[in-house]
Structure formats: structure tokens, C-alpha cells
Design a binder for this molecule. Structure first.
Ligand code: ADP
Ligand code: MG
Length: 236
């Protein structure tokens, strides 16, 4: 992975950053790259939702986060913005391999996340792919090496980890588990364990869920390091 630090934003990772940005109400007030700000503006994203206010300052500061908020509350941008910023700050290119991975339970959700990523990443030079089945494994396998970011369903991702020669996840910087409650409900717990066992321990993990069940908290305990627990019950 390329060294960080040449970008002034990188200095904001770590202690202190959260206090200064906890009051942010608009995306413009957050420490985001101009590319991200311009992309959000282009798609008319101006004001943060409650879950975005609660989680973005922590996630942008590099911390692990468990965010629980109901469907439709804006969880997707809560993880996509930190991922895009992380890779941008690190000057990540497709030659650096897989930098960020989003796991979500269904193909439909993966497609929706990918569409949102197109918006956030509009002005970025970011290579991103979908691994959701529906295409031949071989066809996906040929492209998987050139992706800095992947949005995947757990089964298909594990299949590539097992079967695609040279699919290297050792440089992964950040992992997102989206709809963690549904991932578990759909019986993907063992698949998830097998995937996480293939990933570097030193990484940022963001876990989002519509509900906070015991199994989600157990998953958080196993996959997150010293996380911030943020539950948002009602839209402000
Ligand atoms: P969740 O994952 O929590 O169910 P989504 O991330 O899918 O919710 O967001 C629901 C809808 O709200 C999407 O259409 C998304 O584009 C929109 N949205 C998210 N954040 C904002 C925002 N800050 N301002 C306006 N619309 C937003
Ligand atoms: Mg969602």
C-alpha cells in the first residue's frame, strides 16, 4: 500500500477529529476531499441524515463503527463516503489491489449500493466492481484484479477467494458489513467467518444494521476493534 500522510486530511485521523466535526450539519462542513464534496453537490446531497451525523465523524477519523438505524435512514452514504475518502487519502490506485470491500446480503442491495457509489465517486478516479453472481465466475475473475473497491454478496465473494487465482485481499484497508442483521438472518454467518479469516486484521471495519440483535452485537464483538456504538432511533 502506498504511504499516507502527504494529504493534509490524513492528519485529521485520530483523536480530536470527532469533537470538531460532531456538530456538522452539512457535507460541506465535514473534512472531505473536494472531489467528494463536488460529487455530493452534483447529486443534491446537502444535509446529513441523523445516522450520517452520528457515524461520519467517527468513520472519517478511521475508527470502527457499529451503526444501527432503520431502513431508509441513509446508511449507504455513512459507509461509502469514508471508504472513498480513505482510498483517496491513501492515493490508492487499481495497481494497489483491493482496498475496500462492502458485503451486503442480496444482489439487489449490492446494485443499489453500487449506484450510490457511482454518485459519491463521480469526480474520483476510482475502479469499483460488483461481485454478485449473474455473470460467469470466469468473467468476474478476469476483472476482480483491477478493482480498488468491490461491492459483493458473501457467497460470491467467498467463491472468488476460494477459486480465483491471485485474488489478493492482503492489502485491504476497510471492510463494510451492510445490513448485518439480514446477512445473519440469511444464514451467511459461516460464510462471513470464512471471508473475514482471509482479510488482514489491521483494517477499519464499519458494520451497519437496521436492528441491534444479539447476533449483530456478537458479530460486532468478533469483527470490530474498540468500536463506537451508534444507534439512531428517530430521524431528527
Ligand atoms: P438505508 O441503507 O439506511 O436503508 P439508504 O442509504 O438506502 O438508506 O438511503 C435511502 C435514500 O435516502 C436513498 O435514496 C439515498 O440516496 C437518500 N439519502 C441518503 N442520504 C441522504 C442525504 N444526506 N440527503 C438526501 N438524501 C439522502
Ligand atoms: Mg441500506
Amino acid at each position: 500500500a502506498p504511504p499516507r500522510g502527504s494529504n493534509p486530511l490524513a492528519a485529521q485521523e485520530g483523536a480530536g477529529a470527532t469533537t470538531s466535526y460532531a456538530a456538522a450539519r452539512t457535507f460541506d462542513e465535514l473534512p472531505l476531499s473536494q472531489y467528494t464534496k463536488d460529487s455530493l453537490k452534483k447529486y443534491k446531497f446537502v444535509t446529513l441524515t441523523a445516522v450520517q451525523r452520528a457515524t461520519l465523524p467517527h468513520a472519517l477519523a478511521g475508527r470502527d463503527v457499529l451503526g444501527a438505524a432503520k431502513t431508509g435512514s441513509g446508511k449507504t452514504l455513512s459507509f461509502l463516503i469514508p471508504l472513498v475518502e480513505k482510498l483517496y487519502r491513501a492515493k490508492w490506485t487499481r495497481l494497489d489491489g483491493l482496498g475496500a470491500l462492502v458485503l451486503t446480503p442480496t444482489r439487489e442491495l449490492a446494485v443499489q449500493i453500487f449506484e450510490e457509489l457511482r454518485k459519491v465517486g463521480h469526480f474520483h478516479d476510482l475502479s469499483a466492481g460488483l461481485l454478485i453472481g449473474g455473470k460467469a465466475v470466469a468473467e468476474e475473475a478476469a476483472r476482480v484484479h483491477r478493482m480498488a473497491m468491490l461491492v459483493a454478496t458473501p457467497g460470491r465473494l467467498l467463491q472468488h477467494l476460494d477459486e480465483t487465482p491471485g485474488f489478493d485481499t492482503s492489502g485491504l484497508q476497510a471492510l463494510v458489513l451492510d445490513e448485518a442483521d439480514r446477512i445473519l438472518d440469511m444464514g451467511f454467518a459461516a460464510t462471513l467467518d470464512a471471508i473475514v479469516a482471509n482479510l488482514p486484521r489491521e483494517r477499519q471495519t464499519l458494520l451497519f444494521s437496521a436492528t441491534q440483535t444479539k447476533s449483530v452485537r456478537d458479530l460486532a464483538r468478533l469483527s470490530l476493534t474498540d468500536p463506537e456504538y451508534l444507534a439512531v432511533h428517530a430521524e431528527a
